[in-house]
Design a protein around this ligand. Structure first.
Ligand code: MG
Length: 194
């Protein structure tokens, strides 16, 4: 049977913790704002849903009177798009899955900001990006036999058609649970269970 993998973006494929400050530095360098001050007030632009919360960079930019098209366009052409914000092994993993089926990104958050982050990952070029402010479990419930790889532990919340791989890219304690530490681990785990 063909492999279908849904890959989380933040902290699974994309180094979110590194990106926040770098994005504001880059905006500061070009658009004349105080990057560290703006970074520190990101919380003012969180949006909340039943499932979680997410940062709305577009709302933050509009609050500063900046054009989201200009800033996002600038960031997409900047050095931040050279692959430094994606985790290593992502390119190989995308190719590996594509050789056996399909890979899509399923990410929680505000659509345009999530698409910006995905576009800063060269290895995700051409990969379908699905954004939601709802529940991933509900989204995946009618998708047939699929895999979900996510840094948020969701094994107990998913419907039975979803196989879950927990990805801990940054060496956090797995507290006795099975976790992948890299995309190479994810390949081994899928091969063992497919
Ligand atoms: Mg995540």
């Amino acid at each position: 049977m063909s492999l279908v993998v849904y890959l989380d973006l933040d902290r699974t494929a994309y180094n979110t913790d590194l990106s926040g400050r770098l994005i504001w530095q880059e905006i500061a360098n070009n658009f004349g704002v105080d990057g560290s001050h703006e970074y520190d007030r990101q919380r003012q632009f969180y949006v909340y849903s039943d499932a979680s919360y997410a940062y709305d960079l577009s709302a933050h930019l509009l609050d500063l009177g900046l054009s989201t098209d200009s800033v996002y366009g600038y960031l997409r052409r900047s050095s931040l798009a050279d692959g430094r914000l994606e985790y290593s092994g992502l390119a190989e993993f995308v190719l590996w899955v594509r050789g056996r089926g399909e890979i899509k990104v399923l990410t929680y958050g505000v659509d345009d900001y999530q698409r910006l982050k995905a576009s800063l990952c060269p290895s995700l070029n051409g990969v379908e990006i699905i954004t939601t402010l709802g529940s991933k479990a509900e989204y995946l419930a009618n998708k047939g036999e699929v895999w979900l790889i996510d840094d948020k532990f969701m094994a107990n919340d998913l419907p039975p058609n979803v196989r879950f791989l927990w990805m801990l890219q940054d060496g956090q304690d797995a507290a006795g649970r099975d976790a992948c530490r890299s995309f190479a681990d994810a390949v081994k785990a899928i091969m063992a269970l497919q």
